[in-house]
Design a binder for this molecule. Sequence first.
Ligand code: SF4
Length: 81
Amino acid sequence: MTATKPSNEPRSGIVQTKTIDILHERCIGAGNCAEVSPKYFDQSDTDGTVVQLREQVDDGDEFSVQQAADVCPVGAILIKK
Ligand code: SF4
C-alpha cells in the first residue's frame, strides 16, 4: 500500500481576493489608516477623512490592510472575503 502525500495546494483552485469596504459616515479623519497602509488609504485634503485608493487587497498586503483596520479608532474599515 502506498501512502498519499498530503498536498498544500488549495482544493478548489479558486483564489479568494479580499476587498475593503469603508464606512465613510464613521470616519473622523484620524489618519491612522493612511499612516499604516498608504498604498490603500489616503486622507482628503479638505476634511481629512479617508480616501480609499484601492478596493482589492493584493497578495502579501493582507497584514498591512488588517493593521489599518485594527488601528482605526471608529471601526470604519471592513475587510471582506
Ligand atoms: S483610521 Fe479610521 S477614522 Fe482615521 S482616517 Fe482612517 S478610516 Fe477614518
